[in-house]
Design a protein around this ligand. Sequence first.
Ligand code: C2E
Ligand code: CA
Ligand code: CA
Length: 464
Amino acid sequence: MTVTLSEIADNHAIEQLDKSNQDICLTDMRFFYDPLTGLPNRAKFDHYLSMLRLKDNVLNCGIAVIIIDLDKFKEINDTLGYDMGDKLIIKVSEVLASMLSNDNYILARTGGDEFGIIVSPYSMTEEIEGLVKAVILAIERPFLIEDYELHVTVSIGISQFPKDGESTDAIKKSAGIAMYESRRQGGNTYSFYTSKTSHRKYDEAGLVREMNQALESNRYMLFYQPKINLKTGCIDSLEALIRLQSTDLGIIGPDKFIPLAEKTGLIISLGEWVLRNACMQIKAWQDKGTPPMRVAVNISARQLRHRNFYEKVISIIEETEVEPTYLELEITESSVISNINSANIILKQLREHGIRVSMDDFGTGYSSLSYLREISIDTLKIDRSFLKDLCGDSGKKAIVAAIINMAHGLGLSVVAEGIETVKQLKFLVGEQCDFGQGYLFSKPISAYETERMLGKQKPLFRWA
Ligand code: C2E
Ligand code: CA
Ligand code: CA
């Protein structure tokens, strides 16, 4: 009779537990399985790994640890609910289990949307590579759950014993780091652990830690950049732009941490912080007698799709006692296009409440323009990439002129962002662009500087 890998580990585990106390053994065993999928859980996975490690020290048969994490699982939970999330996890576990019935594999559910595999024995890295490629292909096939066809992908990380870590924790950590590298590459791929990956992970992990702490210790700040009425030269409104005051690195811009906040899900609480603080600032300025000014807040795709988004916005407005007409939300094409109907319901409700909505970074996402007729917005913001080298590029000029015309035809106002030169400004004014924003008028500045600028009540430019 051949003794399989899991039997050896199991027998050993039971032997160990038997030695201590039979009652404890039986109770403990129940805590070794994940109730949702019936797979071994993290504790059991760790136990197998440490047993096999001891065995490998003698037999030298090779151990690899594979961590599989679903990409964007949180989005499915957020948009379709936890029940669908659970059903998806069960389906994924079934697919994995059917592929890993061989005795060389131990499959476990090691976290919410994370599965772990131990492969032992194996002799060549190619065997592992073949396995993870097959897993990626199998998971890529759509899952039919209730009426939904769910498309999911996975990020996979692989580490090998003892090269990538001598202890159980070290091997798992290396596999996690490699998984994180796959995610960094956009997911739907696998990575073997290398010492190079670890540094990047630590940088990002450090930033994630800092981002979480900054929320508690109030180290985020909002800067404000004015939008100028191009007919009068006066400030029309402001855009709130977030910064993080890092303890080591000074002020960090949103391009560095917003994508990470979206990936980790922190964007939900961070976005709420931005909304609340922008509203509190509007109210504080009004109470001080500063000229009332509408403030636009950037809303990420994930925030907009989050259930209760509308209710959250309304409760913040009520809590901070801000008139809804002083709030504007900047959304992006990509956040509405995938689910235009449900996004539109929320946008309509917000606008009926008096909140303005603008489409940010327009022109960078989708070539189909027909959705513009359906979507409930007030303003188009032409992306700043169109303004770059605008004056020497007749093609860009034609596109910008066409966007302005089209927006006006649809009853929308137009903001051009990224205005840096007088030439650009002249062109935009000539094309009847309504509003402009850019370093030519002002960079984003602190609330204190903004207050002083608003107090002056002078046009930021005047035609001679
Ligand atoms: P965005 O919404 O397109 O914001 C405008 C960005 O362009 C700002 O960068 C601003 O400083 C920059 N900018 C403005 N005028 C000029 C100009 O004349 N020339 C050039 N080269 N750049 C100009 P910032 O503040 O670094 O923000 C970058 C992006 O981060 C924003 O792009 C927005 O997508 C995101 N972001 C900022 N704050 C938030 C926030 O509170 N929530 C979310 N979800 N995203 C935010
Ligand atoms: Ca914006
Ligand atoms: Ca923009």
